[in-house]
Each structure stands twice: as structure tokens, then as C-alpha cells.
Design a protein around this ligand. Sequence first.
Ligand code: CNA
Length: 316
Amino acid sequence: MKDNKDTAIKKIAKLISDKPNSKVVFLVGAGISTSCGIPDFRSPGTGLYDNLAKLNLPFAEAVFDIEYFEQNPKPFYTLAKELYPGNYTPSKFHQLMRVFQDKGKLHRVFTQNIDTLERAAGIHPDLLVEAHGSFAHNHCISCKKEYPQNVFKDKMLVGKDFANCEECKGLIKPQIVFFGENLPRKFFSTWDKDVTELDDESIVVVAGTSLAVYPFASLPEEVPTTTTRALINLERVGDFKTTPRNSDVFYKGSADAAATELAKELGWLGELEFLSGLLDNDNSSSKTVDEGHEDEAAKVDSITKDLEKLGLKENK
Ligand code: CNA
């Protein structure tokens, strides 16, 4: 698996253009949303974990730990306010997935992200699996009473710090999968079905993920060898690193740059630009990766400052 960007894009485009029935399954993570200003978890320096580690949380992942949330929900609510749907617009990569849908070339998007930007880009609910949940459904973690999205939003954004249940005063939590919680049933049933439908006309594109969180991280291993796997990421990860296949394609670079190049190669640049205009995207495609990282650094700074205000002082 070579790291030649031009070759990678040409190979993906050729597979799509040469085979009339070709369809793409996307497996995506936080790296497709970093250009929107949402920091990922693990990028050194700008990732949330590096920055949360400076605060006196018992461990950085505590923000998404169900037991920790029960004791201290403030860090999660602070992050949730920041990540709440509507605060960001989809990236070029999200838009490209939408163009695939419009062209009838999208088999499915499996996302680990909770920012709901796939929905914002117009990916049809039937073609979308939000593997780690979303803000769309909310419930009290004590009595399980369900709350519509707007009720949780009002309580969280307008309320003081907590969103409390009207029945039992328990904590209301969006159906985002925390460590120690099960993934939605739809994730397993849809993948089990999709994997049997993959053939030599299909492509699985993995993008913007460290492939560190299971069970999602094991999906690329399960792709049949007749199907081409492509990785679009700043680094080699997961099965592409440990058990690479001769047929694997690797684009080492930003997801947005890959999206623009792929659209160009497929002759879909007009459609991509049109969508960008519709979605009023201000995540300039001409930004370099470094400029993108500066935006992320500023965003991480603002989130960590909010967390510090909650009394989570730096250890330094
Ligand atoms: P991660 O572990 O932070 O990995 C991100 C990966 O993306 C890394 O390998 C980076 O090298 C790569 N990357 C970063 N920027 C880019 C870019 N511009 N172009 C291409 N690649 C890039 O995140 P994962 O998604 O793998 O981890 C899964 C966690 C992260 C899930 O549980 C998510 O809920 C959680 N998360 C989601 C969001 C979001 O919804 N936007 C943000 C932060 C974390």
C-alpha cells in the first residue's frame, strides 16, 4: 500500500467509473469534521484528549464515561453545548458523501461522529448509521423517561448546568454511546447485511478515524478480500497498518482535499461546489491542514476554558 495521493484518488475514481453498479460504503470518524472546527479525540496537540488531560479529570475519557457522568455530568454537558447540532456546517467530505448519494453511488455511511453533520449534509436516514448514537433521542438515566430533542436542548442551553428529569430529577442524557454502553442494534444488523452484499464492484472508504474504538474499529477487517478498501487519513491506522492488503488504497492527507480531488477526477466538482453554496459552507476548501489545525486549537482552547470555569483546574 503506497502513499501516493494522485494514484490513490485515480484508483478510487477508476473503480467507481469503470463499474456501472459500483457503490461505496463509508466508515468515518472525527477527522472528517475537524475542518468544521470540531476537534477530534486523538490528534496530538489539538485533540480533545491531549487537552482534557491537562485538567484534573480522573482520566480524559471520563467525559464520555457513564459512571463518571452519574457523579459529575458538568464536563459532558459543557462539551454537549459546544458540539450541539446546528453549531457547525458540514465539511467538503460530508458534501462529497451527499454527492455520492445523489449519484446513486452510496451504499451506506457508518459514522462514529455525534455531531450529526451527515444529517446536515442531507444523507438519507436509511443510508446512515450513527454507530455511537446522536442528540436526536434523549432519556433520563434514572427512570428512563424519554425527552424530545428540543426539550433537552432548552433545558441544557437555557438551564443552569444540568438537564434534570421532570419526574424524578435524574439526569437527562442524549442517546450518545458512552464507554460501557451498547451500540445501537441498527449498527450490528445493518453491517451484518451490508457486509454480505459487498462484492468486487463495491468500495469501502475509511476516513478520518484512528480505528481505535471497538467494535467499529474491526469493520475493515471484515470487508471481503474481493472488495477494495481505501483509507483517507492523516496517518495509517488499524487493519490498514497491521494487516494491509495488496489491493488497499491509501490517501495520506486531509479528508477535504481528498474529497475535492476525487470529485474533480469523477467529473463531479460542479455538483460539489453547488452543494457547498447551498449549505453555505464557510470551511474554506482552500485552507491548508495547518490552518485547519489552528482553528481546531482555538476551539479546543475555548472548550477547555469552559471546563476550567467549572472548577476543573489545570494540574500544572
Ligand atoms: P480519533 O481517535 O480522534 O481519530 C481521528 C483520526 O482522524 C486520526 O487518525 C487523525 O489522524 C485523523 N484526522 C484528523 N484530522 C483529519 C483530517 N482533516 N483529514 C483526515 N484525517 C484526519 O477519532 P475517531 O473518530 O477515530 O474516534 C472515535 C470516537 C471519537 C467516537 O466515539 C466519536 O464519538 C468521537 N468524537 C466525535 C467527534 C465528532 O462528532 N465530530 C469529535 C471528537 C470525538
